[in-house]
Design a protein around this ligand. Structure first.
Ligand code: DX5
Ligand code: ZN
Length: 218
């Protein structure tokens, strides 16, 4: 089963609760919360208070994507917020193994995210512990950027590696997912599709999500 995870980064924050309910009613599977600290990435977005408000706005699982320095300091707060999935940028973790364990010990699903320039080998020795792997297909920081094509080869390589290891964490893609790119991304082997501007920038969320689902569930 392939999943659509709208990123609320592109939602109207003045009506955040309604915007989350709207994508839930439109067929979304997860709600993706992009946390940025102005240090790890050149943008500041939201913290645990918003993640907690998001969990109260929907019955869908909340997926927190931490694009922050020193994630260990904030993970307990995000766990308390009720998030069911939490990913950290592998590059931001000095002790990635410890960080992943910290998330899992709380009963939360743990993911590692890799920037476009980061090789898959960065997660080689934690791969067995991961519930999901996030391949960034833009440089993190902003919504609405163009999909980086080399991500497709990275997904294919990852998929082959997981098969060899007999592992099946979910593969998530984030950045530049839209009606033009989603089919090729799906063919490469992605399970969870994050999309911000393509969903929240569209006039009919239901139509957009249905189109996405048709294209990925062929
Ligand atoms: C990028 C964020 C993404 C972003 C995707 O730094 O991690 O989740 O919201 O935005 P779109 O779908 O507009 O590329
Ligand atoms: Zn994200």
């Amino acid at each position: 089963m392939k999943l659509i995870a709208p990123s609320i980064l592109s939602a109207d924050f003045a009506r955040l609760g309604e915007e989350i309910k709207a994508v839930e009613q439109a067929g979304a599977d997860w709600i993706h919360v992009d946390v940025m600290d102005g240090h790890y990435v050149p943008n500041i977005t939201m913290g645990p208070i918003i993640a907690e408000a998001a969990t109260r706005s929907t019955s869908l699982p909340i997926d927190v994507h931490l694009m922050i320095e020193n994630p260990d300091q904030y993970i307990p707060e995000f766990i308390k917020s009720g998030a069911e999935w939490i990913s950290v940028q592998a590059e931001a973790c000095t002790h990635l193994h410890r960080t992943i364990q910290m998330i899992k010990q709380a009963g939360v699903k743990a993911g590692a995210a890799l920037n476009p320039a980061t090789p898959l080998s960065a997660i080689e020795w934690v791969i067995e512990d991961l519930d999901y792997i996030l391949i960034m297909s833009v440089n993190p920081g902003f919504g609405g950027q163009a999909f980086i094509e080399s991500s497709l080869d990275k997904i294919r390589l990852l998929k082959a590696d997981l098969k060899k290891r007999k592992l099946s964490p979910l593969i998530q893609i984030d950045g530049g997912v839209n009606s033009k790119t989603i089919e090729r991304i799906s063919e490469a082997g992605v399970d969870v599709f994050v999309a911000g501007s393509a969903i929240y920038g569209s006039s009919d969320y239901k139509k957009t999500i249905s189109e996405f689902k048709e294209k990925i569930n062929k």
